[in-house]
Design a protein around this ligand. Structure first.
Ligand code: NAD
Length: 372
């Protein structure tokens, strides 16, 4: 494959498809990623060197448009280890006490916050006040009020706030969105999102409400919430929800084990979703319209994502989600690119408003109206 154009044509098959797949084509072929690049590079510091931070760092090794250049951690030994592994200079290393000083560091453009959920609010605001672009992991915050404060702080500091919605750049996902927009499924009537895994270790922060903000819904159910919006192409106007618990010892008060929730959309379409910490390998999106269906299974794990429609297999490349995400986020932050599905703070705030509504509906047993 000699050129970008040839690659794109092979990938999408037609000039029409090219015009509707802007998010999928930039970093998904080995041949393509190996092409020389001399444009701007987003210089990123990762805050929180845990399991997902490590996954992002490893994936960034293959990025051309983004580079890991700094770390923020409370554990000196981890910092040393990362310095060796990723060739990070001493001057780009910070801890949670002194990271506000990052404002005086011209060699870091953005900080990627990958810490437990409850810390995102204060950390994102401090990064914004230091004048750096912010990428924050999902869920962006514990509730909509926190999310609004984070968005306001970033606006005030004139920095952008993006959220790590890696599926928004995943080729099978984007192909279903393209087909839906092209009316290939007809009028959308129904979405089902099933998201779960067995959480394991009862002592981890994910089961501590103070650090997690809740249970499975905050962590894995958010994929069904967000997915229902990008698959159906609308925002819900009402929510109902029911919580069930089989293990009240592991899942304490305020930490949901399993929640089922339902959405109604302005068009009349409905969604039915399940979020759980009690079942492994539950990972399926199903969209049905008057003409046809799309199924993604798995739909949100690290991949390979697989899917088919009533027309057959969804033939798209397998990618490392975090590599593509960071390439695309570089384009968004440095070149003002508009992604097919937004990944900004406002997008994440909608999910937080829905999470608030689901918890309210589950605790009251009442239907909750939404105006997003
Ligand atoms: P983790 O426990 O593996 O890592 C968390 C890191 O934060 C650790 O290095 C820990 O030392 C550090 N930390 C800093 N202050 C802490 C404190 N007060 N208490 C506990 N830890 C503290 O967790 P993780 O799986 O890496 O998750 C981190 C974030 O990333 C969460 O918000 C999670 O939802 C998100 N995440 C996103 C994805 C995704 O696919 N987008 C996947 C996994 C996790």
């Amino acid at each position: 494959m000699n050129s970008r154009r040839e690659f794109l044509q092979k990938l999408t098959g037609s000039a029409l498809a090219l015009s509707v797949l802007p998010g999928t084509v930039s970093a998904i072929s080995k041949e393509f990623t190996e092409m020389p690049y001399d444009g701007p590079v987003l210089r990123v510091a990762i805050m929180g060197l845990g399991s997902y931070g490590t996954r992002v760092a490893e994936a960034m090794r293959d990025c051309k448009k983004a580079k890991l250049v700094g770390v923020i951690s409370g554990t000196p030994a981890k910092i040393k280890n990362w310095q060796g592994t990723y060739n990070i200079p001493e001057k780009n290393c910070y801890n949670y006490e002194n990271f506000d000083r990052i404002k005086d560091n011209p060699d870091i453009d953005a900080v990627y916050v990958i810490t437990p959920n409850a810390l995102h609010h204060d950390e994102v605001i401090r990064v914004a006040q230091a004048g750096k672009q912010v990428i924050c992991e999902k869920p962006m915050a514990l509730n909509a009020k926190e999310g609004e404060e984070m968005i306001a702080a970033c606006k005030k500091a004139n920095v952008k706030l993006l959220v790590g919605y890696r599926m928004h750049f995943e080729p099978h996902t984007l192909e279903v969105i393209r087909m839906r927009k092209a009316d290939e499924f007809g009028k959308i009537m129904f979405f089902q999102g099933l998201c779960g895994f067995d959480i394991g270790d009862p002592t981890q922060w994910r089961l501590n409400k103070k650090l997690s903000g809740g249970g499975s819904l905050m962590d894995i159910g958010i994929y069904a919430i967000n997915g229902s919006r990008y698959m159906v192409g609308e925002n819900p106007i009402w929510v109902t929800a029911e919580e069930t618990k089989t293990d009240p010892v592991r899942f304490k008060e305020g930490v949901d084990e399993t929640i089922q929730f339902q959405f109604g959309f302005p068009s009349g379409a409905v969604a039915s979703c399940l979020s759980t910490y009690a079942m492994n390998n539950l990972d399926r999106f199903f969209l049905n319209g008057t003409k046809g269906f799309a199924e993604l299974m798995p739909s949100t794990n690290y991949g390979p994502i697989r899917g088919h429609t009533n027309k057959g297999e969804i033939d798209q490349p397998t990618v490392t989600h975090q590599t593509v995400q960071m390439e695309e986020m570089s384009d968004i932050l440095l070149r003002g690119k508009q992604p097919v599905v937004p990944v900004d703070g406002e997008e994440a705030l909608k999910d937080l408003k829905i999470i608030d509504a689901i918890y309210l509906a589950a605790s009251t047993g009442k239907k909750v109206d939404l105006n997003l």
